[in-house]
Ligand binder design. Structure first.
Ligand code: SF4
Ligand code: SF4
Length: 339
C-alpha cells in the first residue's frame, strides 16, 4: 500500500485511511470484523472522535493487542480545558491505550492559538506523552487558514473530494508548503458521491493528502482495497466527475449535521438533500410513511436562520428545505417522474 507522510508529524501512514464515524451504525461484532479485515490488509491509520458514540470503544476492542502497529487519531469538541481533559481521559480509556498518535480539535467555533487555555491543554497533553501530535478539523476555510497561520498544528483535517474547488486546492498546497499533514474528510461528498473509483483516483493526484474513507460495510472496504494503488483519472472517470460536478454544483447539503439541532426539530441534514438523495440512490425506500412525516416537518420552519449561522457552507437552508419539500411532493404525487 502506498504511504503518505503526514507533514511535520513525520508519520508515514498507508494511503487508505479509515474513517471510523460510520461504524457507529454497526453492531460490535460486525464493526470488529471490518476493522480486523482493514488491519490485516495493511490499513494502519484510524480516525475517530469522542463525538462518534461507541466508535472509540470498537477500535479499542479491535486493536488493543496490536496497538503499536497502528496509528490512532481522535478528536475533541471541547471548548474549555475541563472538558478537554475529561474527553481525553474517556477517549484513552475507550481506545484501551495510553497515548494517541494524533489529537484534533473537532470543528470548534474558534481556532485555539498560542497562549489560549485550550492550546495550553493540548501542549501539556503532548508533553505528558498522552498525545503525540496536534491537529485540527474544520469545515470553514477562514478557520483553516487561521490554524495554518498559527503554526500550532501538525495536521489539518478538511472536507476534500473531486467536487472541491480552488479554495480547497489552495489549502492542500498551503499545507504542502508549511509541511502540515492534510487529512481529507468527506472524500465521498458526505455520502452523495457514488463513484468510489473516481474518488480514489482523484486522491492519488495528491501525494500529501491522506483520505479517510468512511467505512460502514465490508463491501466498501473491499472496494477500496481492490483498486490499484497507482490508479489515475482516465477519460471515463473524468467524464463521471464532470457529470457529478454539474449535477451537484456548489450549493448542496453535505449532511454533516452541524446546523442541528433545529428548535423546530426539523431533520435538516436529511430534508435539505432529499432531492439529490432520491435521484442518486433508489427512490422508493425514501417514499415510506416515516420519511414523508419527516419531510412534512419542514413546514414548521419559522425561518429563524439559526441553522444558517452554523452551516459551514453558508447554505440558505430555509430555501433548500422549501425546494426539497416541493420536489418531494411532486415525486410522491407522480407529477415528477424520476428516471
Ligand atoms: S431556519 Fe428553520 S430549519 Fe433553520 S433552525 Fe430555524 S426553524 Fe430550523
Ligand atoms: S445544511 Fe449545512 S450544516 Fe446542515 S447538514 Fe447540510 S451542509 Fe451540514
Amino acid at each position: 500500500m502506498d504511504k503518505v507522510r503526514l507533514g511535520k508529524t513525520n508519520l508515514e501512514v498507508n494511503k487508505i485511511g479509515f474513517g471510523a464515524l460510520p461504524i457507529q451504525r454497526r453492531n460490535m461484532d460486525d464493526s470488529i470484523a471490518i476493522l480486523n479485515r482493514a488491519y490485516e490488509s495493511g490499513v494502519d491509520f484510524y480516525d475517530t472522535a469522542r463525538f462518534y458514540t461507541d466508535s472509540e470503544e470498537k477500535l479499542g476492542r479491535a486493536f488493543e493487542d496490536v496497538r503499536s502497529n497502528i496509528y490512532l487519531a481522535s478528536k475533541t469538541a471541547a471548548e474549555t480545558p475541563e472538558d478537554f481533559w475529561n474527553d481525553l481521559e474517556t477517549t484513552l480509556k475507550e481506545l484501551r491505550t495510553d497515548y494517541l498518535d494524533l489529537y484534533q480539535h473537532h470543528n470548534i467555533s474558534f481556532c485555539p492559538k498560542e497562549g489560549d487555555e485550550l492550546a495550553k491543554a493540548m501542549a501539556e497533553a503532548k508533553e505528558e506523552g498522552r498525545i503525540r501530535h496536534i491537529g485540527i478539523t474544520t469545515h470553514k476555510v477562514t478557520l483553516a487558514h487561521e490554524a495554518l497561520d498559527s503554526g500550532l498544528y501538525e495536521t489539518l483535517q478538511y472536507p476534500f473530494s473531486y467536487l472541491s474547488g480552488k479554495e480547497e486546492l489552495e489549502l492542500v498546497e498551503k499545507c504542502r508548503k508549511l509541511d502540515v499533514g492534510f487529512i481529507a474528510m468527506k472524500a465521498m461528498g458526505g455520502g452523495l458521491l457514488k463513484n468510489a473509483k473516481a474518488s480514489f483516483a482523484f486522491m492519488n493526484q495528491f501525494s500529501n493528502v491522506l483520505p479517510i474513507w468512511g467505512i460502514q460495510h465490508m463491501s466498501e472496504l473491499e472496494e477500496f482495497l481492490s483498486y490499484p494503488q497507482d490508479m489515475i483519472i482516465d477519460d471515463s472517470l473524468r467524464q463521471d466527475i464532470e457529470h457529478d460536478k454539474e449535477e451537484l454544483g456548489d450549493n448542496f447539503c453535505r449532511g454533516c449535521g452541524y446546523c442541528m439541532p433545529c428548535p423546530e426539530d426539523i431533520n435538516i441534514s436529511l430534508c435539505a438533500r432529499m432531492s439529490l438523495w432520491i435521484r442518486r440512490f433508489p427512490t422508493e425506500p425514501n417514499m415510506d410513511e416515516r420519511t414523508q412525516k419527516i419531510m412534512e416537518g419542514t413546514k414548521d420552519c419559522i425561518e429563524c436562520y439559526a441553522c444558517v449561522d452554523k452551516c459551514p457552507y453558508e447554505l440558505d437552508i430555509p430555501r433548500l428545505l422549501k425546494e426539497n419539500y416541493e420536489d418531494y411532493q411532486n415525486v410522491l404525487t407522480g407529477k415528477t417522474i424520476i428516471k
